[in-house]
Design a protein around this ligand. Structure first.
Ligand code: F6P
Length: 320
């Protein structure tokens, strides 16, 4: 009888998760495994929501956003009882191992499962790009492009009204997405949790921008920095300029994955099954210096990804 491998998408969905599921399933079947999809993230594992995945059940999904397996936040994964139940479920279904596609919460769950003796491979997927051990996560490039396209549109209205815009960008408590969105959209400033803001200086710079003939100024504001509405009011008060807020919200999580996202997802999924088949488990699959890479999960959860201050310098130098 073929050995069973589980595949799960968990936490916030990210474009490209489907492409990763497709790659994992097809490569798993190539190696002779029976591939079992677990629905709705870890909640589905606890609630026995399983489906056998075939070559055909992952047809036509490479270009689709979201996740065909569905996903969810599962607070039980943060408890000993919950994880105990998860291990029990894995044993009951007879899974040889588990491929987890998701972000930092999924990584933490993978780490605990591996300590319980489950053979795990995590695949880095999150729009936040905040995982140590990978230069890029699945879904990040798509979210980046979605946000940049949105800001290009905001720029049109900002220019027409001579307004300042504060654009709120997702990323939980990190500014990885915000800083790249800011640079790519030609924003004047970024506000991220990793760097302190001097409000007086920011206000002075915004006013200087007006004096230099700027008809619009855009501040890319990471959600982890608090309420963008309060921040915008402060900016308005300090500058006397007309300020508006736009929260890009969940549009950043949806949409057709970009080619870059699909390529990463396909390579990560393929590599995850390849490593598993070679008996190499308890790893996080990502990309480092242009090549697909894998580091131990326990290392990936231990360290924080470094924020690139240089990008902020470039943005500031060019937004004159
Ligand atoms: O991790 C992805 C993300 O979209 C974060 O950027 C955001 O803070 C969070 O998920 C929102 O979570 P939820 O989907 O539970 O509202």
């Amino acid at each position: 009888m073929a050995k069973k491998i589980g595949v799960i998408t968990s936490g916030g969905d990210a474009p490209g998760m489907n492409a990763a599921v497709r790659a994992v399933v097809r490569q798993g079947i190539f190696f002779g495994y029976q591939m079992i999809g677990i629905k709705r993230g870890f909640k589905g594992l606890l609630d026995d929501e399983f489906v056998t995945l075939t070559l055909r059940s992952v047809s036509g999904i490479i270009n689709m956003g979201g996740t065909m397996l569905h996903t969810g936040r599962c607070p039980e994964t943060k408890t000993k009882t919950g994880m105990g139940r998860a291990v029990k479920a894995i044993k009951e279904i007879g899974l040889e191992g588990l491929i987890i596609i998701g972000g930092d919460g999924s990584l933490a769950a993978g780490n605990v499962l591996s300590k319980y003796g489950v053979k795990v491979i995590n695949i880095a997927a999150s729009i936040d790009n905040d995982i140590y051990g990978t230069d890029e996560t699945i879904g990040y490039d798509t979210a980046l492009n979605t946000a940049v396209e949105a800001i290009d549109k905001i720029r049109d209205t900002a220019k027409s009204h001579d307004r300042v815009f504060v654009v709120e960008i997702m990323g939980r408590e990190h500014g990885f997405l915000t800083v790249d969105v800011g640079l790519a959209a030609g924003c004047e400033f970024i506000v991220v949790p990793e760097m302190k803001v001097d409000m007086q200086k920011l206000a002075a710079e915004l006013k200087k921008g007006k004096d230099k003939g700027k008809t619009s100024e855009i501040i890319a504001f990471a959600e982890g920095c608090g309420l963008s509405g309060d921040f915008a009011k402060k900016v308005g008060k300090l500058t006397g300029l007309e300020v508006r807020v736009s929260n890009l919200g969940y549009i950043q999580r949806g949409g057709r994955p970009t080619a870059r996202t699909r390529i990463l997802a396909s390579k990560f999924g393929y590599t995850a099954m390849d490593l598993f088949h070679k008996g190499k488990t308890n790893l996080l699959v990502g990309i480092t210096d242009g090549a697909v890479s894998a580091i131990p999960i326990h290392k990936a959860v231990k360290y924080e990804k470094k924020f690139d201050v240089q990008t902020v310098k470039v943005l500031r130098s060019l937004s004159v």
